[in-house]
Design a protein around this ligand. Structure first.
Ligand code: GA4
Length: 330
């Protein structure tokens, strides 16, 4: 497997460091979707951690994953000047160190893609004019395969929680207007003489319904447990897919599931390359608890909002802010 070794990001100003942690997430819930207990495993993992790992998934070929990873590596190997042609991100495009519009930084460079053709047509960066056709095609193919897996998982969640109809969640990301996105991240290996324990991507929860992370065999991903203070590091597994519950699914399950706080540390001997699919609903979709899930007299814990309103509000926040807090009923 090709990995990058040269740090491309030069300036270290402002990038925070963080004490290394020794806790390995040994109890990580591991799910084989074809097992009979998969549904209940997924639901308990979403309640306890907002996080689980899917193994042995047959619907996404490792050949496709590897091809996409090596195209991503090829892109990140381009000169800084070449890469800057695809930035700055608004929010789609190439970004280097800067994350979001409000001053967050990390030891990371990335490509953020929109997966909605309608939005792409209104946002010139989202289309990446001039980018390698190979990369464009592979992203499309991968996104379609990972979306199928995500829909399968969302339908298993619906079955287990007795949500009706069973596509109440999956149809939101299947919708042609689904506001989903896709991210390729590169965390270069910091130079041995330079600072250690750099934060690649600071702690945050994902605003969408659910996200799916796949990375090369380099560590770095950490999640925060329910107590809100204990961080554990997730052992890398390049053949598996890591699912994160997002804020929208927390709301749609009226708090039964919790969105998982996570971050990425970049300080390892190897560079880390990850690909993340963020499954989001259409912009006009009201994000409210699913009625079939609510007990008699149960009230929503959240004020009503649309995905568009939540996204707008999210882009006014810093990465580590409690975005959902703004919509909690007091
Ligand atoms: C976190 C999840 C996704 O990576 C992302 C991020 C987005 C961005 O990088 O543009 C945000 C961040 C993410 C949440 C708060 C805002 C928006 C950066 C930021 C500071 C693409 C997303 O949808 O929300």
């Amino acid at each position: 497997m090709v990995v990058l070794s040269q740090p491309i990001i030069d300036s270290l100003d402002q990038i925070k460091t963080c004490k290394p942690i020794s806790n390995i997430f040994a109890e990580i819930p591991v799910v084989d979707l074809s097992d009979s207990n998969a549904r209940s495993l997924i639901v308990s993992a979403c309640k306890e951690f907002g996080f689980f790992k899917v193994i042995k998934y047959q619907g996404i070929s490792m050949e496709l994953v590897n091809k996409l990873e090596s195209e991503a590596v090829n892109f990140f190997k381009l000169t800084q000047q070449e890469k800057e042609k695809y930035g700055p991100p608004n929010p789609f495009g190439y970004g280097n160190k800067k994350i979001g519009p409000n001053g967050d930084v990390g030891w990371v460079e990335y490509l953020l893609f929109c997966t909605n053709p309608q939005i792409i047509s209104q946002n010139s960066n989202a289309n990446f004019p001039g980018i390698s056709e190979n990369l464009r095609v592979l992203v499309k193919e991968y996104v379609s395969a990972v979306r199928n897996m995500t829909c399968e998982v969302l339908e298993m969640i619906a079955d287990e929680l007795q949500i009706w109809p069973r596509d109440a969640l999956s149809k939101l990301i299947r919708d042609e207007k689904s506001d989903s996105c896709f991210r390729l991240n590169h965390y270069p290996a910091p130079s041995p003489a330079g600072p250690h324990n750099l934060i690649g991507f600071g702690e945050h929860t994902d605003p969408q319904i659910i996200s799916v992370v796949r990375s090369n065999n380099t560590s770095g991903l950490q999640i925060c447990l329910k107590d809100g203070t204990t961080w554990v590091s997730v052992p890398p597994d390049h053949t598996s897919f890591f699912f994160n519950v997002g804020d929208s699914l927390q709301v749609m399950t009226n708090g039964r599931f919790k969105s998982v706080k996570h971050r990425v540390m970049a300080d390892s001997m190897k560079s880390r390359v990850s690909m993340i699919y963020f499954g989001g609903p259409p912009l006009n979709k009201k994000i409210t608890p699913l009625s079939s899930l609510m007990e008699k007299d149960e009230e929503s814990l959240f004020k009503e909002f649309t995905w568009c309103e939540y996204k707008k509000s999210a882009y006014k926040t810093r990465l580590g802010d409690n975005r959902l807090g703004l919509f909690e009923k007091s």
